[in-house]
Design a protein around this ligand. Sequence first.
Ligand code: ZN
Length: 716
Amino acid sequence: MSRRCPDAWGLALLALTAVTAACGGASTPPPAAAPAGPRHLVLVTIDTLRADRLGVYGNTTVATPHLDRIAREGVHAADASAHVPITRPAHASLLTGRLPSEHGLRDNISLPLAASVPTLAEVLRSKGYATAAFVSSFVLAKQSGLDRGFAHYDDTFETGRGDAALFLNSVQRPGDQTIARVGRWLDARPAAEQAAPTALWVHLYDPHDPYEPPEPFASRYADRPYDGEVAWTDELVGRLRAQLEAHGLWQDALVVITADHGEALGEHGETGHGYFAYETTLRVPFIARGPGLPAGATIPGIVRAVDVMPTVLDLLGLAAGAPATTGTSLATAFRGGAAPPGTTYAESLTPLVHYQWSDLRVWREGSWKYILAPRPELYDLATDPGEMRDRATAEPARARALRAALEKVLRAERDHASADDTNTAAAALSADTLQKLGALGYVSPGAPSGSVAQGADPKDKIEEFSTLNGLMRDGLTLLRAGRFTDSAAKLTALRAAGGNSFQVHFYLGRALAGQGRAREAEASYARTIELMPSFGEAHLALADLRLARKDARGALAALTAGQQALPADAALVDREGQVWQQLGDRDRALAAYRRVMTLAPKDALVRWRAGELLLDLRQPDQALAMFREATTLDPSVPDFWNSLGMVLGGSGAHDDAARAFRDAARLDPKNARYAYNLGLVLQRAGKPEAAEWFERTLTLDPAFRPARERLAELAR
Ligand SMILES: [Zn+2]
């Protein structure tokens, strides 16, 4: 700071605003300076978190001190609402400001977010923000398209993609691992990035089932494991806060914490979420704190998921020129001003998409909620928050008025769908595929109005759903445990009971393949693809099945068919590259990997694979470039550094090689190979430190003979 104002007032304000504003005229009071806005954004989404489990929402039996503290320091919404109780589409609404029919993601299995839909991260990145995201569920992995705009997108899970297919929505990364990865990323950020405003999205999955909190939460909440997961997740929020505070990313940040949806926990006969459209799964917590927001205030009215993007941009001072959204900025209400409009829309398409029963559509005005179904429902949430007393018959006029408002949303949806038909990513699909997707409710090419609320009422099907869902759950659990025969029995029973969704056929295929019943498995996969051509995992599974039978050509045919249905799916091309590599055709393999790099410009792993291939082809310079890119894109993988070190060492660049091996050894200190490689390059550079690393190698792996020989050499 170059100037100082002598008076205490000026000194106080110096900390907040520009020096020139602080040093106003001495005699007249200066114009009131606008409070400094937030500099960073921290968005935390907690999966499957019910608002009523937090202290700030009146809960007295679950300890959530960290979330409650943040709410006390800032604002929280009395009534925040999701548009759909499913992870991927709900997150898409938070990150795009659009309703599910507008952003196009309506299920956890969907085409990627269309390139024509702008995202919050994209806007922030274009404004110079360093953007990063850490997600903990497979359904939010890169293939969702929700990574667009994030310079760093951490979606690595312990299982590889092939295994992940088996778990689908249950592949999760424990929150402590996610928070630890955020910490490593914060520690490793280059100075230039640290100087920029930062936008960070962290997704925690722990409250999602299975409810298995770690100790001491498991014991503390022995009879309420869901609550235990909530308390554990609160602890994780505390850890995240401590990390961000240590890196100067908390005090000046706009922190927004919410959930994608809630959890039914047995109410209305539903155990999880994603089937009904009651408040158990639509009501979510919403907490925000940061410069300019009052402490301890409650935001009145309804805060909708679609309002998050425009509100965040407004609070960051970026409203001008921001892309149009269906949501509106609630910045004024957040700062203590007028209440937001009290209406919202929600939907559940699961009964239609997966069971061919009726969908559910919701319209809310204030406390009144209307659910459109074959037998519509009407509730007054003010007097009946549990939605136990249906008023549709008692108040027909009110029901009609809400229905009319809902019809407007449905009309807009139909118009949007017909416009989409001609001009979006959907147009890239074949007419046949479109028709199949349409039949499943994925894209609705000008669906007639009669297609809403048709078929069986989900209320009448909840027991059947529970039975089918139970068989599915058992079949999957057995499949994951490798009990293929038992799993196939459950899934066959499920099919006999009327379960005919693409997922049933897919998992049955996996179980049959596990039993070695390849031909039947192949038929199951073929049926899966028939029902859902855009389900990339099925094409991969079919290819892998054929590969296991040494039918590489058949595998390639499956991958080609998959690429026709999903032209932008990098995983299918990546697998094609691996098949060519197995066939010994390095040129074709490399060509496939290069296509992957175009489709997935931030895929570090494919660069590493291509680098290894280039080494085989004796092109060390190109290999070096690949390894450099891999380590830049994802500095957290020790093998990338190790490969980089090996090429550098081979070219005589000992110092650079030592640095790379050091990174590998730092990331995985228990790996004897990295320690040995570091020792070797230090020995070649004539550094006495080499001996230490050979000794460390032997501590890690006493049977590592080369290290013993090197030590003997050094002793001579
Ligand atoms: Zn979720």
